[in-house]
Write a new protein. Sequence first.
Length: 551
Amino acid sequence: MSKPTIVAVDDDPGVLAAIARDLSNQYSPDYRVVRATSGSEALDVLTRLALRGDPVAVIVADQRMPQMTGIELLQAALVHAPGAKTLLLTAYADTDVAIRGINDIGLDYYLLKPWDPPAERLYPVIDELLSDWEQDHRHLTTDVRLVGHRWSDRGHEIKLFLARNHVPYRWYDVERDAEATRLVELAGATSDDLPLVLIPDGETLRAPTTLAVADALGLRTTASQPLYDVCIVGGGPAGLAAAVYAASEGLRTVVVEREAPGGQAGQSASIENYLGFPKGLSGAELARRALAQVTRFGAEIVLARDVIGLESRGPVHAVLFEGAEIEARALIVATGVSYRRLAATGADDLAGRGVFYGATAGEAEQTKGEDVYLVGAANSAGQAALNLSRYADRVVMLVRAGSLTDTMSQYLIERIEAAPSIEVRYRTEVTEARGEHHLEELTLTDRSDGSTEDVAASWLFVYIGASPRTEWLGPGIARDKLGFIVTGHDMLATPGGRGWPLERAPFALETSCPGIFAAGDVRLDSMKRVASSVGEGAMATHLVHRYLATI
C-alpha cells in the first residue's frame, strides 16, 4: 500500500506553500502531502487517488476560496474520500460557518489562521486527526483473519471482542468468499472448528473462547502483581476515569474487564452531548483515548476475565475469577449495566444469529441493502438507528410507548424524524422471533389492540433498559431489588439495605463494606450519562485516597 495522503487546499500560493511545508516537515516520513490551488483541482486530485485506491487520511482546506468554498469542497470530497478526516482553515469571522459545517457535513475540526507556531497549534490537531484515521483504517494492514459463518454466535462474539479491543481483522464468510473455503481446506478444519482465527506467527485457533483469543494476541489476561492499592472492576467510562486518576496519582492500579474497555458506552455509534467534542465522538473512540491515558500512567488492564466472586480478607479485598484472583487494599466496582434480554419467544435461541444486543460498526456495515428492526427508545437506540440507516435500506424502530419525548434527547428525535430511511412504529413490541439457523421472521404486536403482524427480518438490534450484573458481590454488599449498589448515606434509608459497620460515616460512594466503592451506572440513582460516570470515577479515586489514609 502506498503512503496515505494529506491533501492541502488554498487559493493563496503563499499560504498553500506554508501549510504544505509545515505538514511535510512533520509528516512526510509516513504520509504524502499533496497540494491543490482550488476546490476543483482538489476534487481532480481526490478522483485520481480514488481510482488508484490510494487512501486519503486528511483534507485541509481554506474556507475563503473563489468558485468553491472550503465547506463546499469538503462536502463534495465525501464522495471521493469518504473516510478522510477534514480540517477547515478559517478566519475568526467564519466560525459560524465552521459550526454549521460540523452539524451539516460532519466537519472534524476547524482552525483559525494563522496557525503559528505549528508545534503548538497545528501539529496537535493533525496528530489527533491522523490517530483517529489510523484507528478507523487499521484493516488496510491487518494480518489477523477470522473465518466463519455469517450467523455464528461464536463468530459474532469474537468479532465483537476484536472490534471493541481495537484489534483490526479481516472477515471471511464461508458462504460468500472463495478465500474462506480455501483457508478452511488449508487448515483441515470442519464445520465444528469454525470460526477459525488465523494469527501471524501463531497457531490456528479453532472455535476459541475470547480468553484464548486474547492470550494468542498477547493481550494481558493475568495480573502481574500479588497486591494493588486499588482494583477497579469494569472498564467503562467510570472505571477508566478512576484508573486514570488513581494511576496518575501514584496508586498501584489494575482494571479487570470481561469484554473490552468502554463498557456499554463503547458500543455507541455517536456521543454528541459530551463536553468538549462539538462534532461528537463514537464510544469506541472515547474508549480508545481513555485507554491510552490509562496505559500512559501505568495502570494495568486485565482483559477477558469474568469476575465470579468477592472476598474480604482483613485489610484487603480479593476479586475472584476462574482459576485466579487479584488482591487490593481498596476496590471500585464500575461494572455498569447491560441491555436487558428481549422477552420475545425464541429471541434467546437466536442471540448472535440475527438478534443482537448493541451493534458494532462491523454489524452495521453487514446490513447494507437490507431491512433492519430495532427495539428501544432511549438515546442509545436513537444513535444506533441513525448509524444503521447509513447502510440499511430501511430501519424500523419499535417503540412500546406512544412517543419518544420522555426517553430520548430532542436533537436525536429531530434527526430521526428527518431521516427518510427510518420508520418509527409506536406502541409496538416484538413477541416472537423465528428462524432455523438464523433470524428469519418476527411477530410484531400492536399494544393498542393486540393485533399481530409477521414480518421477514434477518436483523434485530435490542436496546431495552439497563440491568446491573452484581450477583458476584455476594450478600455483604447492599443492593436494591434490581441489583443496583447502594452507597453512602442511602444505605441507611434503603428498605432491606444493610447497616454501616463503622463509627465514622460512610464516604459518598462507599458501599456497605468499608473500602469498596461503586461508581457509574451500577450505582443506585446514578444519572446514566457518560459525563456523570466519568465524574464519579474520578470522585471514587479521591475517596479511595481518603479511605487508605484511615487504615
